[in-house]
Design a binder for this molecule. Structure first.
Ligand SMILES: [Fe+2]
Ligand SMILES: [Fe+2]
Length: 219
């Protein structure tokens, strides 16, 4: 593990601490309990977090490949399904935020297969409008319209949300893009096509103006 240098470590740079380690190590806070941290500590953490947060989009894109191994038995894997869902949304003229949401809607399949929709929605929430988040969060239930009756569940369970403003948006997402994107013969766009879109959405200010809106807008 890389050596770390305390922010205000006594003796920093003395004979017991090699100078090369000092030049390479990133600073760390002085505390081992958060309640003992200083304002200087938290200012440092905030500064160090900035380049990490900026790279969130890249990490999300890299993670998307993990879902390829999940849920066997479908004609295409979940990564290809995600790309196909996003491709259909893009070709239908949906805005960039929507297309990125379509691309990432199943990204929770790997870590949280039993409630994957909530995980994917949470990944998106600091960067998207309220109803984009809600659409991804609810898509699992709404997708059930197409098969819940075949596994002993209520295919119309989504109707309990019929008064929600994003009800129709979520119905349309499942109908036009998600439920039909298991086709190995569809001309699905490669991940490279979506990389700039994901990077632009995740370059937005977290919890910024976009997240205060109900509906996604074209930038
Ligand atoms: Fe899903
Ligand atoms: Fe899906």
């Amino acid at each position: 593990m890389k050596a770390r240098t305390p922010l205000s470590a006594p003796g920093r740079g003395n004979a017991s601490a090699p100078s090369h380690a000092d030049s390479e190590a990133s600073p760390i806070v002085t505390f081992t309990r958060m309640d003992q941290g200083t304002a200087e500590d938290y200012a440092l953490l905030d500064e160090l977090a900035k380049p990490y947060i900026v790279k969130t989009g890249k990490r999300v894109l890299a993670y998307l490949e993990n879902i390829a191994d999940g849920f066997p038995g479908y004609p295409i894997d979940r990564c290809q399904h995600s790309l196909q869902t996003a491709t259909r949304a893009l070709r239908a003229g949906e805005c960039e935020e929507y297309v990125v949401a379509a691309l990432l809607h199943d990204i929770g399949d790997d870590l949280s297969p039993e409630n994957h929709a909530e995980l994917g929605a949470s990944v998106l929430r600091p960067y998207v409008a309220r109803h984009t988040h809600w659409m991804v969060q609810q898509h699992g239930l709404f997708q059930g319209y197409y098969y819940f009756d075949k596994i002993g569940l209520d295919a119309n369970a989504r109707l309990r949300h019929r008064s929600h403003p994003a009800f129709d948006m979520t119905v349309d997402f499942c109908d036009a893009y998600d439920q039909k994107s298991f086709d190995p013969d569809y001309d699905t766009l490669p991940i490279d096509h979506f990389v700039p879109m994901v990077e632009r959405i995740f370059a937005r200010k977290p919890w910024g103006e976009h997240t205060t809106r109900d509906w996604p807008v074209r930038d």
